[in-house]
Design a protein around this ligand. Sequence first.
Ligand code: SAM
Ligand code: SF4
Length: 312
Amino acid sequence: MPLHDPHGRHIRKLRVQLTDACNFRCFYCMPEGTRFQPSNRLLSPEEIGDICAALETMGVEEIRVTGGEPTVRPEFDAIMEKLARIPWKKFGLTTNGFLLSDKLPLLRDLGCGHINVSLDSLVEGKFRTITGSAHFQKVHAAILRAKAMGFQVKVNAIVFRGINDDELPAFLDFSAEHGVEVRFLELMRVGPAIGEHDERFVAAREMMDRLGATDALIPVESPNDSTSFGFRTARGARIGFIASESKPFCGACSRLRLSATGKLRSCLFSDTGVELRGRDRLDYPEILQEVMALKPTGRLPRIHQPMNQIGG
Ligand code: SAM
Ligand code: SF4
């Protein structure tokens, strides 16, 4: 049965945060000195499997696993195995790529075919400045390996003025050369990024104008609840823009989010939701109505909670 919120939006996607912990320290995502949830507060693999299976029977069609960094969760394999038993229309993972290479055979066997890797720079030194990690090469290699193994791979790159906005053409070349779609994200006013926003924000319109100066951008159709709008170029690049700030997609948003501790929430920008831990499955229809009723109709301006805690 399709799920609809009180405003008629078809709710069909679920983001599941496996942990708020991460092995990177992206300056825009995680505040200095962040403390992570103790492991005993996190949903167990069984709880995650049970909750997600229940939500699928109620109409959720697609699932994407995220974090923090999902691959650092010690029970990552067990959780993915449980999620793979549920008949999703689409099963995906969002990762920083550091531990990805070793996970690829498992992900292929489990049918988790849609992998988004965050890579904000193609320059090793800048990558280190942005993420606090010295392992650019490892992430780069994992992306190419995933592509070679037949995964649907997308690279997500946030564009920051004065840091990596000069790399727009290089990302286009990367996409054309490797056949990997690159999606350029606008910096959102979330957590530590709020303080960076005035200085660093670049609107998708500007990115398109700058890219369009050298390569004609040919529009590509995307689903109406897609968060990005896409283009291809004559040289074979495929790019998309996630313009959450300048062109919010709230009117067509189809997402719910499950936090690592079990809170079901309806919006990235709102920390309200309902705790699912310990709740009876028979209560789920009522809980879902309650959560969907909390879904804002328009874009909230900002959220102070950091992205690694929200589950990006
Ligand atoms: N650790 C994984 C990763 O980096 O892909 C998954 C979690 S991360 C929070 C998910 C995505 O959120 C990443 O692509 C990251 O770039 C994005 N993100 C984090 N903070 C953001 C912000 N303020 N604006 C836009 N995107 C943001
Ligand atoms: Fe970690 Fe992803 Fe946040 Fe970077 S964006 S600190 S990789 S959770």
